[in-house]
Design a protein around this ligand. Structure first.
Ligand SMILES: [Zn+2]
Length: 652
């Protein structure tokens, strides 16, 4: 997440402060607790949902690949930097290897938190993947790591990356909250799985240490003399930890601190899209560093639910609409790395893997809070298309940046030669020439999808995201085990098999918005696009659901056309020549670039899709070739399986 600071909007930020002052004077404090809202769904404990089928295969491949071996691929950033322990940052540390080959000479002190992000985001994905696959080797490694990190906790509860003279005393960029947010998310996943009280206690003590040092409504954790910040504003998602702790302990103090974090963040002079006053201005397009913006979405939602303040409801609504403008056909949220006040564009705008993950996580939190099925559709689109489409279909490597229309992947965006230093549009298992941020997040996204496939709604169980998995939980005091057998989204039949006899339980299944035609084996009623089944369930009872999707012609933000089929976005694969780049000391790991064999950028010419026999999700159709001036037959495939491709087509 390397930043080049492009924007000067100090003035706008000052105006923001003045107008916020007005708001307070009028007694309309947007951060005041009015009536806290209950979350609609209750997430399950991590580990209660286990992947099967293609989802398990993907998590296993990640563990065998970049997720399981990142520490060997970049030992300087992980193994050799004990940043939470013996090598905490002190005034004496002037520079260190933070994982990017510098193009600007010396690294400034502000970036020195970087290895904490690399390590903790990597561990978060690793911990969750090890739990999901129950792999003994990986679980042992995780256990050793947890014990090692818990041993770094100071007597006062401090867990973090700064020594005593630096911590909580900043007037500029820092990673105090961000290094904790990334670390504690992983620790909480481990606690939910193991139920070891010492892990929860350690997290609570670490959070209490923050609340003791940065007092509620009497301190400024987000103050910076420099409005261009990275780690400092990433630190806003410390609210992930606060919300999770609230769900586990029901202690209101965590929600009050959530509101305080968002309030202080909004009051400071920062170049960040998610500040309250900027969200009120619907004419202001998103322009900040993409990954910040998309992760901050869930903090705004958290502050709204914690306060129930209608002013924050407006801010959240506006924020969601602004994100619609920057979302490409595949669901990918643009920002390369900056959103730059411009809309999504299939050819001219890239999206970062970090942003794909962070937006998925934010939509997941909105699904929990609202129960609104539209977030399920958004998550499925993002995960099955943008995320799969930026992950190599066979090798263990990803694109740092990718666009929906990917005509070449040699470092730059579709052979744009303007930015000579751009290296992110290629496949790598690390991307060390930019930053090792996206690869750790590529190991987190599947576990985050999986953990939200089932939720509770009081005494009902909800299939909230679809795909192959096993659920094992308790409901009404009884064991509930359901096997969800399916090849979804590549096939559209789902079998829910009751492996226990839970008695009378309400089962809700999210019906995707595109599923106009479907068949269900049991009696149901439709409630806000959820299929609701309530009866006494027998062990081994099977519920069969089948969707019958039709190809759908859709338009992206530039009004270009693309085809969808079920939750899948379709692409015309472009034949490519592969070149092996940098190799790594581990066998089988290298960078890959791709150039087209014979690129034709087709145009849409109004022909229907014909399914190809025996290849689900594959179609033949005619598109217009502007070189030959003829309509030509081309094949469309799920974009998640493609490397070079055309997704979006202008009219002829
Ligand atoms: Zn990244």
């Amino acid at each position: 997440m390397k930043q080049s600071f492009l924007f000067q909007n100090l003035l706008a930020a000052v105006v923001l402060l003045i107008s916020l002052g007005d708001v307070h004077a009028q007694g309309k404090d947007p951060f005041r607790v009015v009536k806290p809202l209950n979350e609609h769904f209750q997430p399950l404990r991590f580990g209660e949902i286990r992947p099967t089928g293609w989802l398990k295969k993907q998590v296993t491949e990640n563990l065998d690949g970049f997720t399981g071996r990142l520490d060997s691929l970049v030992p300087a950033l992980i193994t050799n930097d004990d940043i939470y322990g013996k090598q905490r940052l002190t005034r004496k540390v002037k520079s260190k290897d933070v994982g990017a080959v510098s193009d600007q000479g010396d690294w400034q002190v502000q970036f020195l938190w970087w290895n904490s992000e690399t390590q903790s985001n990597w561990w978060d994905g690793y911990i969750r993947s090890a739990i999901l696959t129950e792999d003994a080797h990986h679980l042992t490694r995780v256990k050793n790591y947890i014990n090692k990190i818990l041993a770094t906790q100071d007597a006062d509860g401090y867990l973090g990356i700064y020594d005593k003279e630096l911590r909580y005393k900043f007037d500029n960029e820092n990673g105090e909250l961000w290094s904790k947010a990334t670390l504690l998310r992983g620790l909480l996943a481990w606690y939910e799985y193991t139920k070891e009280p010492k892990v929860l206690r350690a997290v609570q003590r670490a959070v209490q240490n923050v609340m003791d040092n940065w007092k509620l409504n009497a301190s400024h954790p987000f103050y910076s003399i420099n409005p261009y910040v990275g780690g400092l504003s990433h630190g806003l998602v410390f609210t992930d930890v606060l919300e999770n702790l609230y769900r586990l302990t029901k202690q209101r103090a965590y929600l009050d601190y959530t509101i305080f974090c968002y309030k202080d963040f909004s009051l400071q002079v920062l170049n960040e899209d998610a500040q309250y006053q900027k969200l009120l201005d619907t004419s202001l397009l998103l322009k900040g560093h993409g990954v910040h913006t998309y992760e901050h979405l869930r903090t705004v939602a958290a502050a709204y639910y914690a306060s129930g303040n209608p002013a924050l409801q407006v801010a959240l609504k506006n924020f969601l609409q602004k994100i619609v403008y920057t979302t490409s056909g595949s669901g990918g949220p643009v920002g390369d790395e900056w959103i730059g006040g411009r809309k999504a564009d299939a050819t001219k705008r890239g999206y970062e893997y970090c942003s794909i993950h962070e937006l998925l996580h934010s939509y997941g939190e909105l699904l929990i809070k609202t129960g609104d099925d539209q977030y399920g559709d958004k998550i499925e689109k993002l995960f099955f298309n943008a995320a799969q489409g930026a992950r190599h279909p066979e090798k263990s490597c990803i694109n740092y940046l990718k666009s929906d229309n990917a005509y070449s992947l040699t470092g730059s965006l579709n052979n744009d030669t303007a930015d000579k230093k751009q290296t992110r549009y290629k496949y790598s298992p690390v991307h060390q020439d930019a930053a090792v941020c996206c690869v750790p997040n590529a190991g987190r996204i599947a576990p985050y999808y999986i953990q939200q496939m089932w939720m509770k709604e009081g005494d009902a169980i909800v299939a909230s995201l679809l795909g192959p998995c096993n659920l094992s939980t308790t409901i009404n005091g009884k064991k509930l085990v359901i096997e969800e057998e399916t090849g979804y989204p590549f096939q559209n039949k789902i079998r829910f098999k009751m492996l226990s006899a839970p008695g009378t339980v309400t089962l809700k299944i999210r019906k995707p918005a595109w599923a106009k035609k479907f068949k269900l084996s049991h009696a149901y009623r439709l409630e806000n696009d959820y299929l609701v089944l309530r009866q006494q369930w027998k062990a081994n009872e099977v519920i069969e659901l089948e969707f019958f999707p039709e190809p759908r012609l859709e338009q992206d933000q530039q009004k270009a056309f693309y085809w969808s089929y079920g939750p899948l976005v379709l692409a015309h694969p472009v034949e490519a020549i592969e070149t092996k780049g940098k190799a790594f000391p581990l066998p089988g790991f290298y960078e890959l670039t791709y150039e087209p064999v014979n690129l034709v950028v087709y145009k849409y010419s109004n022909h229907p899709l014909n399914p190809i026999e025996g290849k689900p999700g594959s179609f033949q159709t005619l598109f217009f070739n502007p070189i030959t001036q003829q309509d030509e037959p081309i094949t469309l495939r799920p974009m998640g399986e493609t490397i070079l491709r055309q997704v979006s087509f202008d009219s002829k």
